[in-house]
Design a binder for this molecule. Structure first.
Ligand SMILES: NC(=O)c1ccc[n+]([C@@H]2O[C@H](COP(=O)([O-])OP(=O)(O)OC[C@H]3O[C@@H](n4cnc5c(N)ncnc54)[C@H](O)[C@@H]3O)[C@@H](O)[C@H]2O)c1
Length: 450
């Protein structure tokens, strides 16, 4: 099939690469000329496991604006950004702008399908349809557009893997024909009829992707509810971690015990420094805004957001209680990205913790294996000292805080690091270190909820 993907962020680019890999003919559009220029040279705008080799071997056609020829594709997938508005709702203006472009560029007699992959408030697909129809009507154009919702659930850091082996494909279409065509588009994934790429092997036992057909508004709400639920689950575990600390329990043992219950499950049960990233907070706030507009209470989700803000401060206070005061101290932060395997700094707990430490009078040194340059570029307001390795970072530090769960932090030469540090405290904000090894090096180990 022929597909035009609009928006080359993590979602659009990964979708475009995956669909081309599965045998479709793909055109990619992004209004950011620098980004398109970079892609032409083979450079991706972000770090994502396994994507770059597939991108380099693909033959995806690139453009900086939607052209009439793009509309003759079987599908136009909208994957542009939907950032948060200051009052909490989602800014869907980029989605609407694409809808208007589609309506302005369509030709008489064309019959096409627009698929919204961006995360959007319930009712947006209906609005996208109305915008397209209005633009067609203004021009007296006889084209017809079907609009479907097909929300994206990929996780940053495993975007290609999640796209090829999704835990579900939600098809939100009003009419059976569009739903059927979308099933055909995704058939190679649904039936797993492809040879896995080297960097994204098929998980053992994974034979097919479940498909849920729904109305567009159901599909839109599923996406928001999924992120709001995940945020709530993590906030519950983080608050439980505080209680575990207070009563002398170990959160890792407690969550392991909880996870055996199939109604609770073992996933997304890790205590940490508070959740972050470009989606959870933005989507939870947009979800609350949708609820308020519809006079519905979502007090549990509101509490999850508040608990998350507290969690980040709690981490800073925990170390402060051990050190006495941050004045005159040097603190080393291991990891800046909001989680491992990505260079994304959006709503990263590490940056908020760094900023709180600076406010309280500490010097802050940091190291991240992939996101340092991005941090320097995007956060010049933070007076952070950047280092090339953990060894260099640890020198003369009063304490170290592990903020990102990078695999390389799990196994550090603690004895050697301890010799160069000024103080002797390690705060494991991710509960990923071997406590015994840290303590054998003569360091004081603090975790989250233990
Ligand atoms: N990043 C994730 O992990 C993730 C996961 C699931 C869903 N989502 C959702 O998917 C959507 C896209 O997310 P992302 O992280 O890929 O976005 P992004 O903000 O990183 O990228 C969006 C891209 O769209 C381009 N764009 C904006 N308006 C355009 C227009 N009118 N025409 C052409 N290009 C335009 C921008 O230049 C940008 O490159 C969002 O709604 C997001 O909430 C994201």
């Amino acid at each position: 099939m022929r597909v035009t993907v609009v928006g080359m962020g993590r979602v659009g680019l990964t979708t475009a690469v995956a669909l081309e890999y599965l045998g479709h003919e793909v055109a990619a559009v992004d209004r950011d000329e620098g980004l398109i220029e970079g892609l032409r040279k083979g450079t991706l705008p972000f770090h994502e496991t396994g994507l770059e080799p597939l991108w380099r071997s693909s033959r995806i056609e690139l453009a900086t604006s939607l052209e009439p020829a793009h509309l003759s594709a079987d599908f136009i997938l909208i994957a542009v950004g939907t950032p948060g508005l200051p009052e909490g709702g989602a800014d869907v203006s980029a989605v609407e702008a694409v809808a208007d472009d589609v309506g302005r560029l369509a030709s008489d007699g064309q019959d096409f399908a627009v698929v919204v992959k961006s995360t959007v408030p319930p009712g947006t697909c209906e609005r996208v349809g109305a915008i397209i129809d209005a633009a067609l009507h203004r021009r007296g154009c006889s084209a017809r557009a079907a609009v479907a919702s097909n929300p994206e659930f990929l996780r940053e850091g495993s975007a290609l893997f999640d796209t090829l082996y999704p835990d579900r494909i939600v098809i939100g279409a009003e009419d059976a024909e569009t739903a059927k065509r979308l099933r055909t588009l995704y058939a190679p994934m649904i039936d797993q009829r492809f040879t896995p790429p080297e960097d994204a092997p098929r998980p053992e036992g994974y034979a097919s992707a479940p498909v849920l057909e729904a109305k567009p508004v159901d599909a839109e709400l599923i996406k928001y509810a999924a992120n709001a639920f995940l945020a709530t689950k993590l906030s519950f575990v983080n608050e439980l971690a505080a209680l575990a600390e207070a009563v002398g329990a170990d959160i890792e043992t407690v969550t392991a015990g909880l996870g055996y219950d199939p109604r609770i499950g073992p996933h997304y049960m890790k205590a940490g420094p508070g959740w972050g990233g470009p989606c959870l907070g933005k989507d939870a706030r947009a979800f609350l805004s949708t609820a308020a507009q519809n006079r519905s209470e979502m007090s549990v989700v509101a509490a999850a957001l508040e608990a998350n803000a507290r969690q980040r401060r709690r981490l800073v206070e925990r170390l402060e209680n051990t050190l006495g005061s941050y004045h005159g101290t040097t603190i080393g932060i291991l990891g800046l990205a909001f989680k491992a395997n990505t260079d994304d700094l959006a709503d990263s707990p590490a940056l908020e913790v760094a900023s709180l430490l600076l406010e309280r009078g500490a010097r802050v040194r940091c190291f991240d294996p992939v996101s340092e340059r991005r941090a320097q570029r995007e956060h010049p307001e933070l007076a952070l000292e950047y280092h090339e390795s953990v060894e260099e970072l640890a020198k003369d530090c009063d304490a170290l805080i592990v903020m990102t769960d990078w695999a390389q932090f799990r196994d550090l030469p603690w004895r050697r690091l301890a010799r160069t540090m000024r103080g002797a405290t390690v705060l494991d904000g991710r509960n990923i270190l071997d406590r015994q090894l840290v303590e054998q090096a003569g360091l004081t180990y603090l975790g989250v909820g233990r």
